[in-house]
Write a protein that binds this ligand. Structure first.
Ligand SMILES: N[C@@H](CCC(=O)N[C@@H](CS)C(=O)NCC(=O)O)C(=O)O
Length: 205
């Protein structure tokens, strides 16, 4: 029995476990679950994830796991993608929490309004968009500063912290973020994309 991932293809949160499972060489079944057509609100899906969100991972033994970064931690356990060093592992957690609280709520949400919602730019007020851009650029400045002191977010090696932050940073342009002033971040995006087993957002098993 393999893992099963309930996911929406365009979602960066859903891309994270897809990418890591590919890098780990794990076979898995993908169940397309689109948040825009009610698929995350069915009785069947809410029984799997009462929070009504994708991604949702079902382990080979039938146990369920929600939250993309929890999936990364679970899947990476005992592999080089989760640092063995205690401090670097804690740094990894730090950047996973940062991604969910200080990055994704701005960069992913701006992208969603501008590039994924049917109404596009017309569906978001200029004021709300300005708030999202202020928060997103704050997160990008923090990332750029980190990459001045270390090659990877958890320190010395590529890890799930990089996967989590790559998911929405590499499509930040779709939320009207300009990365021109963030050279280290642009270099890091290229280095992440060059990792063994890397696949893009469109990849599916
Ligand atoms: N913190 C969650 C966020 C999951 C999330 O917001 N998923 C979106 C798609 S990217 C979703 O399912 N939205 C549907 C909804 O909120 O109703 C994670 O990292 O997995």
């Amino acid at each position: 029995m393999n893992h099963t991932l309930y996911a929406m293809q365009s979602s960066g949160n859903c891309y994270k476990p897809r990418l890591l499972m590919h890098q780990l060489g794990l076979d898995f079944r993908l169940v397309d679950t689109d948040t825009r057509d009610g698929s995350t609100r069915t009785i069947e899906f809410l029984a799997l994830n009462p929070n009504g969100k994708v991604p949702l991972l079902v382990l080979p033994d039938g146990r369920r796991l929600a939250e993309s970064n929890a999936m990364l931690l679970h899947l990476a356990e005992g592999t080089p993608y989760l640092p063995a060093d205690r401090y670097e592992r804690a740094l990894c957690y730090q950047w996973l929490f940062f991604e969910q609280y200080s990055h994704e709520p701005y960069i992913a949400v701006a992208r969603s309004w501008l590039s994924l919602q049917p109404g596009g730019r017309a569906s978001v007020s200029a004021e709300r968009l300005a708030d999202l851009h202020a928060g997103g650029y704050r997160a990008l400045r923090v990332m750029e500063a980190r990459l001045e002191e270390a090659p990877w977010f958890a320190g010395s090696a590529y890890s799930i912290a990089d996967i989590a932050l790559f998911a929405y940073t590499h499509v930040a342009g779709e939320g009207d973020f300009d990365l021109a002033a963030y050279p280290r971040t642009r270099d890091w995006l290229q280095r992440v994309a060059g990792q063994p087993g890397h696949v893009g957002l469109d990849w599916r098993p």
